[in-house]
Structures are given as structure tokens and as C-alpha cells.
Write a protein that binds this ligand. Sequence first.
Ligand code: NAP
Length: 297
Amino acid sequence: MEDPSPIRPFEVLFDRAEPSPIDDEAYAPYGNFGFPAPPAGRPWVYSNFVQSLDGIITLLGKHASGGEISQSREDRWLMDLLRANADGILTGMNTLMEEQRSRGPESRGIVFQVADAKLRALRRRLGKGRERNIFVTRAVDLDLSRYKVFDGDLVDAAVLTSPAGAERLHAQGGDSHVTIIAAGNGETFDLPRAIRKLRQELGVEYLLCEGGPTLYGSLARADLVDEKFMTVSPIEVGQIVPPEQERLPSERNISPLLRPTVFGGPGFTSDNMTHWTWLSSRKVGDHQFNRYRRKRS
Ligand SMILES: NC(=O)c1ccc[n+]([C@@H]2O[C@H](COP(=O)([O-])OP(=O)(O)OC[C@H]3O[C@@H](n4cnc5c(N)ncnc54)[C@H](OP(=O)(O)O)[C@@H]3O)[C@@H](O)[C@H]2O)c1
């Protein structure tokens, strides 16, 4: 059931982004919201994360979901605005698995969808097709039937994987509602090629990356992130999981257990770090909503 009380409006501190493509009352809480044309041959890729004041995106353990860091209805609404403008939502497989784990053994996980009715209507007015969830995985022992997102009734689902991963998924059967896109060689997965295939084979022009850090880090290393939407939540949590936090079985033998930032895996050096333009900033209460665009010239 949708929450009937309205969200608070975003206070615009500054905004240098493109104008909204159409006039629609659904934009009202946020104000202006536009994108440039997508680049040739691949989608425009924009990410959305929420982090604590100290840069952490998950507490890990039983409270691993991004909502535990966000604690903001406006941040949840902004996620819908970003989803309404996307032809596909991309996540790493572990983000789906964490959502499923946090809901208990009976859960079949979640479907990444626009919840707000006005934003669903905006999505239709923008001419977007059926919502699409896209997952990146090596598909080593992935059973698609364990997750409701692959049932095919609520959204279109796609999986990006290596050729060997694709063979394993096809061999399982039960993938008739899922588009499997293979890129690479054998067990080696070619992420840039897979992203290009999303444009060529599925017509994805605007791709929203909702994480997690492993996927974000590999997209960033391949210089495939064009924009970052970054919510800063006014909480401080620290990087090392404290002794008083209950651990999951998979976390028990790791010491110290470190909470991730947005960027997982190998990063950059002072020679090849990437640079970004701060495109817009808004606030609601003590939460910051920032938007950055990659400087490539
Ligand atoms: N605060 C936020 O805004 C936010 C947003 C998103 C997620 N999170 C949190 O982040 C945590 C999950 O982080 P994560 O880094 O483990 O998640 P992730 O990036 O969603 O998933 C990692 C998995 O995705 C697949 N993958 C990602 N990049 C790949 C690549 N380049 N090649 C092949 N496979 C690739 C692999 O799946 P296989 O193992 O199946 O091969 C990998 O194990 C969760 O707790 C989630 O709640 C927070």
C-alpha cells in the first residue's frame, strides 16, 4: 500500500543539469530533471547510492540494505524518479541476494520497480516501455527460480554474464522469461561489451546502476559511469563492524570485517583517478542529494 502522506519538497541549492524533457507535475517535489542524449553505441549510465557521512553504504549483517543507511522517504522517492527515467535498472547479483536474505528464508527476493503512482505515470508519458531489471553475475551456481524477479510477470528481466555462465543458465531451463546476454570468452566476462549489447539488443538508452560496490567499481574502472546521484545521510557508522553487532555465518571468520564504500575492487592511482563536475545539489532536512557528471575531456 502506498504511503498517502506527501514527501517534503527538495530545496534546490543549485542545479546546472539539462531541462526536464516534458512538463509533468510528477517532477514538482524535485524540480528540474533532465539528461543529455545518450552516447553512440551504449547507454548513458547513471548510478544511485546513499552513503553515511563517513562514506559507508551498508552496515553489513542483518541490516545490510541501503534503506538502513538512507532512513529517508525522500531518498526512496528520488530512487523512483531515477527509475522512472531508466530503460533498465542494473545491479550486481549480490544486491538482489542481500535483499532476499534480509527478508528471511521464505522470501523470493524483491523486484526493483517504481512504487510512486505519479512517477509510474511519468514513466509512461516519457514513452518508456515495461520496467526492466538487469543483473550481472558469473552464474556459477545461480538458480533463477529462487527469485521472483525472474518470473516475468512484473518486469522484464535480463542477466549479463560470461558465455560459460550463459550456458549454465540455459542448461537449467526455466529461463524462458529471462533474456540472457553473454559477453566475453569462456568464463571471462566482458562488462563493456555487455553494456554495449544492452543498447544494441534491448534498446536501452538510459541505464540506472543501483549497485552494489563490486559492480560499481568494475563499471567505474571501465569508465562506464557518466553520472552519479549520491545521497549523503546524516549518520555516522564507522568502517569496522563493531563487536556488539551480530554477524551472519558468512561474516564470522573475517577480522576486521570492513563495511564497503561505493567503490569496490581495485581503484585508481593519482595518475588515473577520475574527475567529476558537481552538477546539482539539493537538501531535505539534514539529507544532501548531490549529482556529479564525469569530466572526460
Ligand atoms: N547504500 C546503497 O545505496 C547501496 C546500493 C546497492 C547495494 N548496497 C549494498 O551493497 C551490498 C552488496 O554489495 P556487493 O558489492 O556485494 O554487491 P553487487 O555489486 O550487487 O554484487 C556483486 C556480485 O555481482 C556480480 N558482479 C558484479 N560485478 C561483476 C563483474 N564485473 N563481473 C562479473 N560479475 C560481477 C557477481 O555475482 P556472482 O557472485 O553471482 O558472480 C558479484 O559477486 C548489499 O549489502 C547492498 O545492500 C547498498
